[in-house]
Design a protein around this ligand. Sequence first.
Ligand code: GBH
Length: 490
Amino acid sequence: ECIWCKSSIRRFPDGFQFGASTAAYQVEGGWSEDGKGLSIWDVATHMQPSPIKDGSSGDIAANSYHLYKRDVEIAKELGLDFYRFSVSWTRILPNGLTNKINKLGIAYYNGLIDELLRNNIKPFLTIYHWDLPYELQKLGGWVNPLVTEWFVDYAKVLFDNFGDRVQLWVTINEPKQICYEGYGDVSKAPFINATGIGEYICAKNVLLAHAKVYHLYNDHYRQLQNGSIGISISCTWFDPASDTFDDQQGARDARRFDWGIYAHPIFSKDGDFPIEVKRNIAYKSAEQGYSKSRLPVLSNSEITFIRGSSDFFGVNTYTSKLAYRDASLDEMYPAPSYSDDIGVVITKDPSWPQGQSNWLQEVPWGFYKLLMEIKDLYENPLVFITENGWSTAGGLLDDDRVRYYRNYLTALLDALNQGCNVKGYTAWSLIDNFEWKQGYTEKFGLYQVDFTSPDLTRRPRKSAYIYKEIIRSKQLDLNFEPALEEVYES
Ligand code: GBH
């Protein structure tokens, strides 16, 4: 029975916050303007042959570097409580390190933050959303343990310059995408193929970098600046493909590897990596002849340092998958590899609605189960949904995105009814943008951006009117329809 498709009008709790998100490299453009240094994505998108599907780049993107006032106007039109954006590390520190602080970079974000505050919209600042300084990548990037110090030095500059006005912070966006996609499966810059080893070294460094910045804020800024700081972890729900014990265990292991490896050390009572992850990797490593586990150890002091280092759990979630165990798995994946370590086969149900992104299926009950498991595993932490959204090929009449948002928000309301402590929801994305390796072929915006027009015109989609009404009324009315002339004539 469908628990999420009840049709009555349902209300969000008082104080529930709504926002929308973007990330610097995906919207800003201005890639070499005003003293900005090169990031790994600037370098990646200029490689020949291009690793990007349509050969495009974020050189100009949605040109938010120059059009940020229009972006804030859009946030205002939608009635957002907050706008989540990220800072480009090399716009602030062109070489990655603090020997040179770029005043014009600071000025850009001051302009954006002040414009938001003038419009009564809270700035929600992500310190790192994947655009590592290229100079630091030359030194190994996220697999060099020194990255934790580079990251702290950078974050300090942000707290010093923006912390008087910014009270919502995310340290790092989506550790798995940084580590596994960047150092495991070559689907994100820096495209280093070291699966089975690289993503685990990265995982430890990301956790320590995050925790150091949390403690920096906690010890030196919180009292004066009075904000909240957390981390955003991408969470996919993996459901067992059958109800056998094996498949249930397999799906659980898939969840532990996907997000538990990052969430457990921070949010669980005991800290450290999940037992399932430690056990699988240790077992396979021994079998493969390694002298110790390929998963780095967290020492007792590191466990203590990381545990509890977040004021909230930022959940980025889009989709679900099915997982099952298979006896012939040994031949299926290379060893060592992340997929081999998990030990499951991943599929999807062909009946699930499909987005424009091949990985994206609409499974609202998976969102509900995810929130319930986070509540159970981590003693009902404060949760912010920091990303959730749907891709299309384009067009203003995005009825499938409308359906997705309504069904996911219904699942969220169901989870709130069960006592989940979710305080806010963030749509990905405010506007169409550069979708990493997919270039501009997948659109996530509530507002369409016309990338062929010189002024990168933004226009609201149907989903923007729907979201706006949800925010205005603080309720979900499945029968609300905006006037279609409005959608076409805007
Ligand atoms: C987010 O990443 C990013 O933060 C954002 O920059 C990006 O534009 C946005 O999403 C849209 O992609 O189901 O096992 O096949 C989300 C990354 C990649 C996470 C696909 C879930 C599916 C894994 N997602 N992944 S699986």
